[in-house]
Design a protein around this ligand. Structure first.
Ligand code: SF4
Ligand code: SF4
Length: 276
């Protein structure tokens, strides 16, 4: 278990692309199964991690508040609701939230209004709720800030045997791996509806990016891209089921004209070669 906030922040950067890949992977799993594992892990880690010695969410995350809570908090501060709104509330993700960081109610790393704290604070980090799969972006967003979220998510990777899947040494610069993962993530968002359970994901090994696709529980290799030092000039090789190998010389498969050296082109070509 890791609870050091600096270490968690650093690991958040290192694991960013893996976390996005894991998110894609989780979307192909049964959400009730993921919920069950996460709820169990949440129970375990929230017992083991002492929030009173951490307080990081109160230091660096914005708390959502509703109208009743704004009225209640203005009463606690002994100011008008208008003044409360003007001084301490802002719109965040189209909802009202406390704007000051650290939170104005945090005193000596403790909540000074603990019994009256907003519902968002009581519920944080929201891992007891149902349908975690639909909220994975916010879980990943909290991964670097909250030791409970970090440890639950890491343990979840172990439960799904996902760890080490992407740990192979890669010669592709980390920044490029991150950019590539983001492109794949954006492509998935644009092309595949949530309920389809279809997503591309990347594995990085040596000088190669292996482009795979989840379809439900099925993982299929699609293509291999060799990094040439230029983000728009990857060497493309389609995966051939007849030989079970990647073939850089086959340019006659359906969609081959779409493989233009870019990662998006490779994914488009993969959709033509292997339609869903
Ligand atoms: S109201 Fe209390 S629990 Fe909520 S963010 Fe502020 S200090 Fe933390
Ligand atoms: S919920 Fe997470 S970030 Fe907040 S105090 Fe507890 S461990 Fe720290």
């Amino acid at each position: 278990m890791i609870t050091n906030l600096e270490e968690i922040k650093t690991l958040g950067e290192i694991n960013e692309d893996e976390n996005y890949q894991f998110r894609v992977y989780l979307k192909g799993q049964k959400s009730f199964k993921t919920d069950k594992i996460v709820h169990g892990l949440y129970k375990k880690f929230s017992k083991e991690i002492d929030c009173t010695t951490c307080g990081n969410c109160c230091l660096c995350l914005k708390t959502g508040v509703n109208e009743n809570e704004i009225i209640r908090l203005s009463g606690i501060l002994n100011i008008s609701v208008e003044k409360m709104r003007e001084q301490y509330i802002e719109k965040f993700d189209r909802s009202d939230s406390l704007k000051n960081l650290p939170c104005i109610f945090l005193k000596d790393l403790k909540c000074s209004i603990y019994e009256s704290r907003p519902g968002d604070c009581k519920s944080y980090p929201h891992l007891h709720k149902k349908d975690i799969t639909s909220r994975l972006l916010s879980v990943i967003g909290n991964y670097s800030e909250c030791p409970i979220v970090f440890n639950v998510f890491e343990e979840l990777k172990t439960e799904y045997n996902f760890r080490n899947r992407n740990m192979a040494k890669s010669n592709i610069p980390f920044e490029i791996q991150k950019q590539a993962s983001k492109m794949i993530y954006d492509f998935n968002e644009k092309h595949f509806a949530e309920e389809m359970n279809v997503n591309y994901f990347a594995e990085f090994k040596g000088k190669y990016l292996y482009l795979n696709r989840y379809e439900g529980k099925l993982i299929s290799p699609v293509a291999r891209l060799e990094y040439t030092g230029n983000m728009d000039e990857w060497e493309f090789a389609i995966f051939k089921w007849s030989t079970e190998k990647y073939d850089p010389d086959d340019w006659f498969f359906p969609g081959s004209e779409l493989a233009d050296g870019t990662i998006e082109g490779a994914m488009e070509a993969g959709l033509e070669a292997y339609p869903i």
